[in-house]
Structures are given as structure tokens and as C-alpha cells.
Design a binder for this molecule. Structure first.
Ligand SMILES: Cc1ncc(C[n+]2csc(CCOP(=O)(O)OP(=O)(O)O)c2C)c(N)n1
Ligand SMILES: CC(=O)[C@@H](O)[C@H](O)COP(=O)(O)O
Ligand SMILES: [Mg+2]
Length: 620
């Protein structure tokens, strides 16, 4: 079946009875490919039937299908002519793991971050109406993504509009972890309440025989239908927001899905279709552990085991250290915006559930919620990926920093993250945090320093950001006492003529570059900066005065990063020496494995050494 499909048009030629086999083939394909490349397996396994039905009923790219987050778009990519590229999924120069406008006309709106689809869809629908054009606009959003503020803002706006717009809610009761919040409970109630479903079905059936009955009777039945809903499911959230609610629908029955989508296509105004699916469907390990197979590393299909599973990550170091501290310290609270596994806070959640808060995909709310807890004397640690904290910029400024509240931002996935690509690279946090008054920013060179920084942050009574990378951490000692002094850098090796000021994981690369430079008789000073704000001005100026030229190395964009901070410092103190700032250029960094990307952007040890050598030669 799959062989025959290179476009949605091919799908429409299939007999509906063939869909069962097609679904099986698609699942097999996904499991085989993702077991090698890694990727968002569980979400895609769950959305096979829905994607087929969507492409069967709608005419992409004339009709617009907008995927929220975009992590569940693999089947969509397979059906829109990209299945032959799956060996390159998420690789350097390969197929993106998200929707991407540059990749296909069928990817109407690019994504990676959550909860944008309804806003984008409403914008597209309004543009269509202004231009007097005719096509359907469909947003596909998960129940996790629906916990994001933007999705609710968009529902609020769309519901009161007369715009023709279809929102398909893919309800699998999972975000990455179990979904949270009252909306999630409400959806579960809709999904499981048999009385409601039966009554509703009966009324719906009555309505479906509308032609023979008069207009007034039809209206009357509509009214009854509304009252029944009111009676049985108080609130009817979506209908009261102005949407026509259709559902819940079995999301693994292609025929049923096609029927409801066709019906929705003919209806006017904003429609919400509630589709019930199982995350991970069709692969027993993904069904059992959907959170592990959400963003899966390569794995063995037979055993479901991941490659390198045992090694601990920076996130584990953070989670375990904070848990250890919080077991002895009642004031520590931990907050995540739907990332308990990814941030390592799962360790905390298991042992201290009463002081662990998963607020849903709601980074803005999480930040101000942390501020509120700090006002009441708690010490909140909000663990969040660098890229997702971008969402909460005003909350950091307005709610935390202006009030100088002692919230700690544990910024995970800082620097490049690799395969998730440009939407997820954490290369802006230094630049967006540095200008904010009252916040301290630090970054450990290794896992042990991370342990110490977390301990140091406990007694700082102002906002703090600790940034650390994605990935394996190496050995660490959780009992390590804090030997780091606030605002002080570490002189790692003495040298002459050249100074390298490096931050975080770039310290290791600077040290390797120093080894390479030995062959050219160069011996730079190496400074582990530790602090971006405040900078260790004394040490930086002292070393800068001793050398001919200065190099800064960071895994942030150069614009506004720590190199810029040092340049500003030197400038303000009248030291005018050449400063070579190494970091990421002023562009979005593409997907690929982290080491290839470091190489491409001349940030691997060898390239750093070469660039320094070249600069040194130019100066002589
Ligand atoms: C702003 C933002 N925060 C967090 C994430 C991480 N994230 C990606 S997918 C996801 C869960 C989405 O759940 P849902 O929408 O229900 O989709 P499912 O995987 O269940 O199909 C999360 C938390 C993100 N992409 N964007
Ligand atoms: C789609 C999304 O935003 C997450 O699933 C993300 O891809 C997870 O990244 P990690 O694999 O680094 O936890
Ligand atoms: Mg979900």
C-alpha cells in the first residue's frame, strides 16, 4: 500500500477497506525508521488513522492542515511525498522532525514549540475570508498542547468569530508525561462518561434526520440537545466558547473519522472535533512507556531498550541534587512546564510530590507561579529548556526580576541540542537574560560544578539562572560541598600572550584546543568563566592586561553573549586589544548531531585552535 502513495491524491484513490493494511504498514515503517534515527515515535504511532482521514477528506495544500508542535507530523510527511527521506530524519541536512515551510507546500506552518496551531489557523482563515477565497483550515492540536496559554487565547478569539475553522483535538491523555490540569480532567470526563455519550448520540441521530422535519422543530431539537449537554456535562466548555463540538470520536477508526471530518467540512463557524487516540499505538513498548518513546533515542525494536540508556545526563544531575537538598530543606519547591522527565525533576516528583508542580505547557504561568511562591518565602526552582523559557520573557522581567525574587531558573538544553534543530537550539538565553537587571547568570563546566552551583543558588536571595547543556554528564559527586565563590571565575591554566575565556561545556573544548596549540608553541591562559553576570571583572582584566589578544568561547549566539559582555567590559576600562569572539553566528542553527554542528560552526577543539593560530599569525 505504502509504496503506492506519493501524495494525498494517491491516498484518495485507495479503497477504504485498504486503510487497515495501510495503517499497519505505516506503523511498521515508523518503528523501523525511528528505531535507527530516534524521534517522536509515540505521538506519531497514535495519529496514523487521523492523519490518513485528514488527507483523505481535505485537499492539501489547497486546504490547510496546521499541526501543533509538529512532532506528530511524520505520517503527514509520509503521505505528502517525503517517505523516502526518512533515513535522514532529524539528521544534518536531512528531513526535519517538525513541520517546516521550506520543506514542503504541505507544511503550511512551521512549528516545534507548542500551542501555536489555533492562532496560526485562525490567522490563515481570516486572511482567506478577507481575500474572498474558499478552502478549509484545520488545526490539529494535542491535549497537552491545549494546556498552553496561547491555545486558550486562540480558542477564546476563534470561538466568538464567525470564521469557518476546524480544530481537531487529539486526546490521548498524555502530554510528554501524563497530561495535567482541569481541562485535562474535563476531557477525560467527556471521553468516559457513558450516559452523556449515549444521550448525545441519540440526540445527534435525531438531528441527522433533519431534512423531513421543519425548521422550527430542528431548532427545537437543537435546544434540547443543548439542554441535554448542559444537564449531563455541566459547562460544555467548547460549545460555550462558541465552537460546535463533535465527539468524542474513536481516533483509530478511519471510517468514522472520515465521516465526522466530512460533516465538519460542510458546517459553518468554528468546529471542534474531539478525537480519542492511544499514544504509542501498535508498538507495545511505546504503548506501555509513552513518555520514554515520546522523544526516543535510537532503540532495539525487539527489546525496546535504548542505546546508552544507563548514562546520566546533566538533567539527572540537576534533578538528583535538588531532590537531595529538598529532602533536608522544606522551603525548596520544584516547578516544571510539562517536562518532568526531560528536566530530571522526575526524581523530585517521586520523592517529594507535595512540593513538585507540573503546571502544563505553560512557561509564562510557571515563571509567575514561581514568583508567587517566592513571595511567600519558598525557594522555587523552575527547571526549563532554554528554548521554551523564551516564552516567558516578560514574566522573567516583570514578575521575577523587577521584584528581585529569589527564583532559580535551571536552564536545561542550553546551547545547541542537536537533532530537534532550529526551533530547539538553546543559543539565545545568555543574550536575552544578560540585559535584565538583578539576575545572576552562571554556567558549570561539568557535572560537579553543576552540583555546586545548585547548592550555591540556594542561599542567593535574588533571581538566578544556571544554564547547562543537553546530554551525558560524566561522573559527578552529589555530596560535593560548594567551593564556588559567587561571581568568581576559575583560572584553569596559566599561559602567555593569549587568553581564552570559556563558558560551560566550552571550557573542555578550550582545554583541548590548548593541547593542539602546543604544537605551534602557543600557550594560552584558560579561564573558566563560571559567571556571565556578574563577570569576574578583576580576573578578566588582570589576565587581559597580560596578553596580546583575547578569545572568548561560548555555545550561545555571539550577539549579546558572554564574549560581548567581556568586550563591553574591556571597552569601558580602556583596554583596546583584539578580541576574537567565538560562538554561533547571527542565524538559526539547523538540525544535526551536536558534534557535527560544533564542527560546522568552527566550535570544535580543532577549529578553535586553528582560528586562534590564524589570528595569531595575522597579528605578527
Ligand atoms: C512551548 C513548549 N513547551 C514545551 C514543549 C515540549 N513538548 C513537546 S510535545 C509536548 C507534549 C505535547 O502533548 P500533546 O500536545 O498532547 O501531543 P502528544 O505528544 O500527546 O501527541 C511537550 C511538552 C514544546 N514543544 N513547546
Ligand atoms: C517536541 C518537543 O519539544 C520535545 O519533545 C523535545 O523534542 C524533547 O527534547 P529532548 O529529547 O531534548 O527532551
Ligand atoms: Mg496528548
Amino acid at each position: 500500500m505504502l509504496e503506492q502513495i506519493d501524495s494525498p491524491y494517491d491516498l484518495k484513490k485507495l479503497d477504504k477497506k485498504d486503510f487497515l493494511l495501510l495503517c499497519r504498514e505505516i506503523r511498521q515503517f515508523l518503528i523501523e525508521k525511528v528505531s535507527k534515527t530516534g524521534g517522536h515515535l509515540a505521538s506519531n504511532l497514535g495519529i496514523v488513522e487521523l492523519t490518513i482521514a485528514l488527507h483523505y477528506v481535505f485537499d492539501s495544500p489547497v486546504d490547510k492542515i496546521i499541526w501543533d508542535v509538529g512532532h506528530q507530523c511524520y505520517v503527514h510527511k509520509m503521505l505528502t511525498g517525503r517517505k523516502d527521506q526518512f533515513d535522514t530524519l532529524r539528521k544534518f541536512n536531512g528531513l526535519s522532525g517538525f513541520t517546516k515551510r521550506a520543506e514542503s507546500v504541505h507544511d503550511v506552518f512551521g512549528a516545534g514549540h507548542s500551542s501555536t496551531s489555533i492562532s496560526a489557523a485562525l490567522g490563515i482563515a481570516k486572511a482567506r475570508d478577507l481575500k474572498g477565497e474558499k478552502y478549509s483550515v484545520v488545526a490539529v492540536i494535542g491535549d497537552g498542547a491545549l494546556t498552553g496559554g496561547m491555545a486558550l487565547e486562540a480558542l477564546n478569539d476563534a470561538g466568538r468569530s464567525e470564521t469557518n475553522l476546524i480544530v481537531v483535538l487529539n486526546h490521548n491523555e498524555m502530554s510528554i508525561s501524563e497530561n495535567v490540569g482541569s481541562l485535562s480532567l474535563y476531557l477525560s470526563k467527556l471521553r468516559t462518561d457513558p450516559t452523556y455519550n449515549k444521550l448525545k448520540q441519540e440526540v445527534d441521530n435525531l438531528l441527522n434526520i433533519a431534512p423531513p422535519i421543519g425548521k422550527s422543530l430542528h431548532k427545537y431539537i437543537e435546544k434540547i440537545k443543548d439542554s441535554v449537554k448542559q444537564l449531563v456535562v455541566p459547562g460544555m466548555f467548547f460549545e460555550e466558547m462558541g465552537f460546535t463540538y463533535l465527539g468524542p470520536i474513536d481516533g483509530h477508526d478511519v471510517g468514522g473519522l472520515i465521516e465526522v471530518l466530512e460533516r465538519a467540512k460542510r458546517m459553518k463557524g468554528p468546529i471542534l472535533i474531539h478525537v480519542v487516540t492511544k499514544k504509542g499505538k501498535g508498538y507495545k513498548f511505546a504503548e506501555k512507556f509513552p513518555e520514554k518513546f515520546h522523544s526516543a533515542a535510537p532503540f532495539d525494536i525487539q527489546t525496546g531498550k535504548f542505546v546508552n540508556e544507563e548514562q546520566e545526563t546533566y538533567s539527572d544531575v540537576f534533578g538528583k541534587t535538588l531532590t537531595e537538598m529538598a529532602l533536608k530543606d522544606d522551603e525548596i519547591v520544584a516547578i516544571t512546564a510539562a517536562m518532568p522527565e526531560g528536566t530530571g525533576l522526575i526524581h523530585f516528583a517521586k520523592l517529594i510530590p507535595e512540593r513538585f508542580f507540573d503546571v502544563g505547557i505553560a512557561e509564562q504561568h510557571a515563571t509567575t507561579f514561581a514568583a508567587g511562591m517566592a513571595v511567600q518565602g519558598y525557594k522555587p526552582y523552575f527547571a526549563v529548556y532554554s528554548t521554551f523559557l523564551q516564552r516567558a520573557y516578560d514574566q522573567i522581567i516583570h514578575d521575577v526580576c523587577i521584584q528581585k525574587l529569589p527564583v532559580v531558573f535551571a536552564i536545561d538544553r542550553a546551547g545547541i541540542v542537536g537533532e530537534d534543530g532550529e526551533t530547539h537550539q538553546g543559543v539565545f538565553d545568555l543574550s536575552y537574560l544578560r540585559p535584565i537587571p538583578n539576575i545572576a547568570i552562571m554556567s558549570p563546566k561539568d557535572a560537579n560544578e553543576l552540583v555546586e552551583m545548585i547548592k550555591l543558588s540556594r542561599n542567593l536571595d535574588f533571581p538566578v539562572a544556571i544554564r547547562y547543556p543537553r546530554g551525558k554528564a560524566g561522573k559527578f559527586d552529589i555530596t560535593r560541598e560548594c567551593s564556588i565563590e559567587f561571581g568568581k571565575a576559575e583560572l584553569v591554566c596559566e599561559g602567555k600572550e593569549i587568553a581564552i575565556f570559556a563558558l560551560g561545556r566550552m571550557v573542555e573544548k578550550a582545554l583541548k584546543a590548548k593541547e593542539i596549540l602546543k604544537a605551534s608553541d602557543l600557550q594560552p591562559f584558560i579561564v573558566n568563566l563560571r559567571f556571565v553576570k556578574p563577570l569576574d571583572e578583576e580576573l578578566i582584566l588582570d589576565i587581559s592586561n597580560k596578553v596580546k589578544f583575547i578569545v572568548t568561547v561560548e555555545d550561545n549566539v555571539i550577539v549579546g553573549g558572554v564574549g560581548s559582555a567581556i568586550l563591553e567590559l574591556l571597552n569601558s576600562t580602556g583596554i583596546h586589544k583584539p578580541v576574537l569572539r567565538l560562538g554561533f553566528p547571527d542565524k538559526f542553527i539547523e538540525q544535526g548531531d551536536v558534534e557535527s554542528l560544533f564542527k560546522k560552526y568552527n566550535l570544535d577543539a580543532e577549529s578553535i585552535a586553528n582560528t586562534i593560530l590564524q589570528k595569531y599569525k595575522e597579528m605578527r
